[in-house]
Design a protein around this ligand. Structure first.
Ligand SMILES: C[S@@+](CC[C@H](N)C(=O)[O-])C[C@H]1O[C@@H](n2cnc3c(N)ncnc32)[C@H](O)[C@@H]1O
Length: 231
């Protein structure tokens, strides 16, 4: 998190939109690190998550909306963010086009995403846990895919017509790691969600392999990538 804070400490967020905000986790991190902001808006297409956060007292305004059809005028925001949501999209191009449309001419996009390459043994426990959860979510009908390589994420931002002028990697906080340990503790419950499915026993075996990785190597969060681009 030190690198994150250092790289963003002079960043002025202005009117800032976060797509796929869930509980506003990324906006809260940005707000702590950036120099200032004018307005913080978080949208998510999961209505339940928005209802839960609507009156939580933070100065984030939560709105139920789909990132692929933003209900905002062109050139509305100084900063548009997408955090750990790229790997929830079947095709990122429509959403990235919307990010570009609502961004002001000299505004910034910030992409934050965990990535799959160059991870150490402890981080591979997280990666395998994440990939297994994504596959189970897919069986349950949710859009959730494996994470991308660092170079693929940067390429996606460029292909969407943004000029990339900064990117850096950083490590998540100890708090985040505590959440991962809780997920490992509940790994059997995650697999139970697909009890009766034809691939159930495959995932029981996979969960055992991940538990072994955890007991032999431990767990640490995968490294995150920040890509900052301009329109
Ligand atoms: C893994 S969470 C990321 C939460 C948060 N941004 C963070 O960095 O911790 C992904 C979120 O993206 C949301 N999401 C997925 N597709 C979306 C879309 N097309 N439009 C808006 N939100 C979307 C999901 O509902 C979920 O809350």
């Amino acid at each position: 998190m030190e690198t994150f804070k250092r790289e963003l400490k002079n960043f002025s967020l202005g009117k800032c939109l976060d797509i796929g905000t869930r509980n506003g986790e990324f906006l809260l991190k940005l707000k702590e690190s950036a120099i200032d902001y004018e307005e913080l808006l978080g949208i998510d297409n999961d209505e339940a998550v928005i209802l839960k956060n609507k009156d939580n007292g933070d100065d984030i305004k939560f709105i139920h909306m789909d990132g692929e059809g933003l209900e905002f005028q062109d050139n509305s925001f100084d900063t548009v963010c997408l955090s750990n949501t790229l790997h929830h999209l079947k095709d990122s191009s429509a959403l990235m086009a919307e990010m570009k449309r609502v961004l002001k001419k000299d505004g910034h996009i910030i992409i934050n995403e965990m990535y799959s390459n160059n991870q150490n043994l402890q981080q591979l426990t997280h990666l395998e846990l994440h990939h297994m959860s994504a596959e189970i979510d897919q069986i349950l009908g949710k859009e959730h895919y494996h994470t991308y390589k660092e170079s693929e994420i940067i390429e996606m931002v460029k292909e969407s017509g943004f000029m990339v002028f900064n990117h850096f990697s950083y490590m998540e906080s100890d708090e985040f790691n505590k959440k991962l340990i809780k997920k490992i503790d509940k790994i059997d419950k995650t697999v139970e969600k697909i009890a009766g499915h034809e691939d159930y026993s495959k995932y029981v075996k996979k969960a055992d392999e991940i538990k072994t990785m955890y007991s032999e190597n431990g767990i640490l969060p995968c490294t995150q990538l920040i890509v900052i681009g301009k329109k």
